[in-house]
Design a protein around this ligand. Structure first.
Ligand code: 13P
Ligand code: SF4
Length: 300
């Protein structure tokens, strides 16, 4: 079957837009109306006038789209595409921390469930975390679930006291300084750009640290011709498309988020054909979680 033309036809029929995270397969990125990092996609979904949003990404991203546009139908084509880091945070544990640190602001990375967002003061993404923590009046910050991103923020906002959750992304956390030593030796002229979900010792060695979108902007604007990339390899698709004259090397062999790879053209086609899998949330959770997401979108 010609999935591409069927998807495009159904998209019109359903008055849908397709959004894709930068870790999605190349063919999915190519058919999407919008490709971006978590922040960019959240903002796009909050403003689209389409009736249906088909989210090619992982569960928490589609949930955020539903929270921001509750009147729209939000579909997650691969229903089992979760985020193990998001699953590391639980509401009970967060409530206990809030009791222990009643003065602290709760800043949750968007890589969390809607229930955690509902218990948070504000959300952040990797591209907005430093700015958001800085904007808060509280001295103490409960930051969850990513301890690596948390430590990256803490380094940039030393005037605050942080209480970290012990979560991490299994894909990014697997990096060691050995990967950096080997890559630097193999590509001595390359600049190293990494995601802040990588461990602090990797961040320390990098030439640039940023979200997926920021890594693309950095490599595209740089005069350097060669880069070592410290994030999921789906990002290579846009990097290579936008920079045919530059060379990109992965910091680690098979740098893959298996959940991000669960959306295929067939799965996307079936999603639009059968209007599945629809994200549903209780009104109460939507109302509470929406506050923390909207605060994030409004921080200047
Ligand atoms: P970005 O916001 O940088 O796209 O990150 C999303 C993510 O899940 C990284 O693992
Ligand atoms: Fe979650 Fe890591 Fe995959 Fe991002 S790369 S979706 S943090 S498991």
């Amino acid at each position: 079957m010609d999935y591409r033309s069927e998807i495009l036809r159904l998209k019109e029929e359903r008055d849908a837009c397709i959004v894709a995270h930068l870790y999605q397969k190349g063919e999915i990125q190519d058919i999407a109306d919008r490709v971006g990092d978590s922040f960019d996609l959240a903002r796009y979904c909050a403003t689209t006038d389409k009736k249906t949003i088909v989210f090619c990404g992982v569960h928490f991203m589609a949930e955020s789209a539903k929270i921001l546009s509750p009147e729209k139908t939000v579909l997650l084509p691969a229903i089992d595409a979760g985020c193990p880091m998001a699953d590391m945070a639980d509401v009970e544990g967060l409530r206990k921390l809030k009791e222990r640190y009643p003065e602290a602001a709760v800043v949750s990375y968007v890589n969390t469930s809607a229930a955690i967002k509902a218990e948070s003061d504000i959300c952040c993404t990797s591209s907005t975390a430093v700015k958001i923590v800085r904007s808060l009046p509280n001295k103490q910050i409960i930051f969850l679930p990513d301890r690596n991103l948390g430590q990256y923020v803490a380094k940039h906002v030393p005037e605050k006291e942080f209480i970290f959750w012990a979560g991490y992304c299994p894909t990014h956390n697997a990096l060691t300084t050995m990967h950096v030593e080997e890559a630097r030796e193999a590509y001595p002229d390359a600049l190293l750009a990494v995601h802040p979900e990588t461990p602090p010792e990797i961040v320390e060695l990098a030439d640039f640290v940023g979200s997926t979108k920021e890594i693309i902007e950095f490599c595209t604007e740089s005069h350097n011709k060669e880069f070592i990339i410290g994030t999921e390899e789906g990002i290579l698709h846009q990097l290579e498309k936008r920079n045919p004259d530059k060379r990109f090397h992965m910091l680690k062999y098979r740098f893959i988020c298996p959940n991000m790879k669960k959306t295929s053209m067939e799965v996307l086609y079936e999603s639009l054909r059968d209007m599945k899998h629809e994200i549903t949330l209780s009104n109460e959770i939507i109302q509470k979680a929406r506050l923390s997401l909207e605060r994030m979108l409004h921080v200047k």
